[in-house]
Design a protein around this ligand. Structure first.
Ligand code: AMP
Length: 178
């Protein structure tokens, strides 16, 4: 790794593959080694922000929980607000909710109804795109608050799970694709 300017491949190499977590057959992409390295973390945030500059974006929206880490840092870089999409039951004020199917059962996520002004330009960020259920539901929440989604951005995309199919109509970008 070049000390001053890590590459995307350096970012990828800092992701630890943990087999059979949280259950057999899943290969978990553990981002904690990357986060622990300041230079790699900073590079990752730069790349997630892409060509967006301060003034281009009104809010960066992050998805519970690892998405918060990237989205909050990106919001600081873009000098705009940060808005959390959380798991059901965690947000204290009035919320919109959206459910999506999992392999077994379903999940519900929520956003505060007053979190984003109608027409605001938002960037939706999560750590990883797998089946697309989570990000698809988050995009639906953003439609409910009237946000204008500029881009949905992921650090990692597991392309063999075809998550992009659930995000049709939105610009989607990911840094590391498996
Ligand atoms: P999905 O809704 O299937 O696209 O799943 C995406 C969400 O689940 C993201 O918020 C990820 O943090 C998490 N996730 C799914 N699969 C993995 C994986 N293999 N490694 C790490 N996180 C994952």
């Amino acid at each position: 790794m070049s000390n001053l300017n890590p590459s995307i491949s350096d970012l990828q190499q800092a992701v630890r593959n943990v087999p059979d977590f949280p259950k057999p057959g899943i290969q978990f992409k553990d981002i904690t080694p990357l986060l622990a390295n300041g230079r790699l973390f900073a590079k990752c945030i730069d790349q997630l922000c892409g060509d967006f500059k301060p003034g281009d974006v009104d809010a960066v929206v992050g998805i519970d929980a690892r998405g918060f880490i990237f989205a909050a840092a990106a919001a600081l870089k873009l000098q705009c607000g940060f808005v959390p999409v959380r798991k059901q039951g965690k947000l204290p004020f009035t919320t919109y909710e959206e459910s999506y199917d999992l392999e077994y059962g379903s999940n519900t996520i929520a956003i505060h109804t007053d979190s984003i002004r109608h027409g605001s330009r938002v960037l939706l960020i999560d750590d990883l795109l797998a089946t697309g259920g989570t990000a698809g539901a988050a995009a639906e929440l953003l439609k409910k608050v009237g946000a204008n989604i500029l881009e949905i951005t992921f650090f990692i995309e597991l392309s063999f799970l075809n998550g992009r199919e659930k995000l049709q109509g939105f610009p989607v970008r990911s840094l590391v694709v498996y």
